[in-house]
Design a protein around this ligand. Structure first.
Ligand code: ADP
Length: 481
């Protein structure tokens, strides 16, 4: 073959070849003039050869000047033989994988559009970040195990509560290495999920790191991991509080029914006796009996009132009828009334005369509740000291008894709805008085608290703000929500 023909053939071959490859290909001189672009190059740039050849890259793509790759090229002293970099083109709005070969004549540049790949990688990273954030902050237990039952991922919270270690310390371990007490039941569930290949819902007790039992409700389900492997996802909700609340509610219903039935039965007995006397034409002691019936009906009324109050408080629908009054006046009256019907000695040390601006009936109710509790929970003591003193802008009222006191473990729950100290369940009551009192006092701007020692007695306190002139200007009746 003649030399010229050989050259022509070679160049034709190279040309054909450059059109065949998958990448966009360009050839530049060292001043970055386009000397050649294949069809894929035209397509990638959205420009024809005519629009590019002979022009510099910055004439065709002005924004290229802002890019790090361009700046690096400009400042490089010596052009490398081969350079590879990933590059975002602001003109094309595409990610490109670029390979540059330096030759004597200029540079051959291969560019591949990797935008989809980059976006997919970023999306995967985003998904991973979101998942990590869920695992780091979830109040619900989350875990992923592989098909060999090794832990792949666990949330921070349950790792701390149930295992007592950081997630990084337990990843890769088997259930019996992590929590031997829970291992058997958990393993059998995992196996079932893998065998049946469907979600499994369960309610089961789990032990935490200190051996305390938690009631949980859990969903465990199959997952499909990479390389055709399977795994198990778990979502576990601790329902101990709900469970306890339900139990207390059931106890409460039993207790409330009993409490309501007692005065009703007594009233019924007296009515029957009264009826018999009337039928027999016997005058007997009808007035005494009617009084007894009346007392029992009053008891019943108080119980029902308490129940209604608790519902209203719970729904945030309590209404307050505020007025200006001196607490001393109603306190002394209430004490005198209670003293008539108790063997306890109600000792009064009342040092305040100030006005309150509050709901008189509700304050009286709380005061009454404090004193009747002091009497009720003092089966072997007689003295109850009722005092009031001023503290800054507040009146503090206290009721001290020398009765059975409150066990330490019950003290934090005392203002909860339906709560009665475990050891006090032989005493009548619904466990509502203090719950209602706390709501009322708090809504009226005061505080409620107590000190108690088991076997020695208790002192209950409440404080309320002293009346100031501008208080009366607020609306008289307000609903609290
Ligand atoms: P109850 O109707 O059961 O007395 P309360 O809400 O008034 O309801 O009181 C809640 C619980 O607080 C009581 O069941 C009792 O266990 C405890 N308690 C309240 N006052 C006293 C007190 N003075 N001494 C001992 N325990 C008390």
């Amino acid at each position: 073959m003649q030399k010229t023909r050989r050259v022509a053939f070679k160049s034709l071959l190279a040309h054909e070849f450059l059109e065949m490859i998958d990448d966009a290909f360009f050839f530049f001189d060292y001043d970055l003039h386009f000397l050649f672009a294949n069809k894929k190059g035209e397509k990638l740039c959205g420009k024809t050869k005519k629009e590019m050849i002979g022009k510099t890259v910055t004439e065709v793509f002005p924004k290229v000047q802002e890019t790090a790759a361009y700046k690096a090229y400009k400042s490089a002293k010596r052009k490398n033989k081969r350079t590879f970099f990933k590059y975002y083109s602001p003109d094309l709005k595409k990610w490109l994988a670029v390979t540059v070969y330096s030759t004597k004549l200029g540079m051959g540049v291969y560019a591949r559009d990797i935008t989809d790949h980059i976006l997919a990688t970023e999306k995967a990273k985003e998904t991973q970040n979101i998942l990590n954030a869920f695992f780091e902050n979830s109040p619900v237990s989350l875990a992923i195990h592989d098909e060999d039952l090794r832990l792949l991922k666990i949330d921070n919270f349950s790792s701390k509560i149930y295992i007592g270690k950081k997630p990084s310390e337990v990843v890769g371990k088997l259930p019996f290495e992590i929590s031997p007490k829970n291992a058997e039941i958990v393993t059998s569930m995992f196996k079932k999920v893998l065998q049946e290949n469907k979600p499994l819902f369960s309610e089961l007790p789990l032990y935490d790191k200190d051996g305390n039992m938690h009631f949980t409700t859990a969903s465990r389900f199959p997952l499909y991991l990479t390389n055709g492997k399977r795994g198990i996802g778990s979502i576990i909700l601790d329902i101990t509080d709900r469970y306890e609340h339900e139990r207390r509610k059931d106890d409460f219903i039993a207790m409330a029914s009993h409490e309501l039935k007692t005065p009703l039965t007594t009233a019924k007995v007296f009515i029957q006796m009264l009826k018999k006397q009337l039928v027999d034409g016997n005058n007997g002691l009808p007035l005494e009996m009617v009084k007894k019936v009346e007392d029992n009906i009053k008891q019943l009324e108080d119980l029902i009132e308490g129940l209604l109050d608790a519902t209203i408080v719970n729904q945030g629908r309590m209404l307050f009828n505020r007025e200006k009054f001196i607490l001393r006046d109603i306190a002394l009256k209430t004490i005198a009334n209670l003293q008539v019907s108790t063997k306890s000695k109600l000792i009064v040390d009342w040092q305040t005369q100030e006005y309150l601006y509050a709901d008189k009936a509700k304050v009286t109710q709380i005061f009454n509740n404090f004193i009747t509790n002091a009497i009720k929970y003092s089966p072997n003591a007689t003295d109850v000291i009722i005092s009031s003193k001023k503290d800054g802008n507040f009146i503090i009222v206290s009721v001290q008894d020398f009765g059975i006191g409150i066990p330490k473990e019950d003290q934090i729950y005392l203002f909860d709805r339906f709560y009665q100290a475990e050891k006090h369940n032989t005493y009548p009551g619904l466990g509502l008085g203090l719950y209602i009192a706390k709501e009322i006092i708090t809504q009226m701007g005061g505080q409620i608290w107590f000190k108690s020692e088991e076997g020695k007695g208790s002192t209950f306190y409440f404080s309320l703000p002293i009346y100031k002139r501008r208080m009366g200007k607020t609306t008289k009746q307000i609903a609290v929500s």
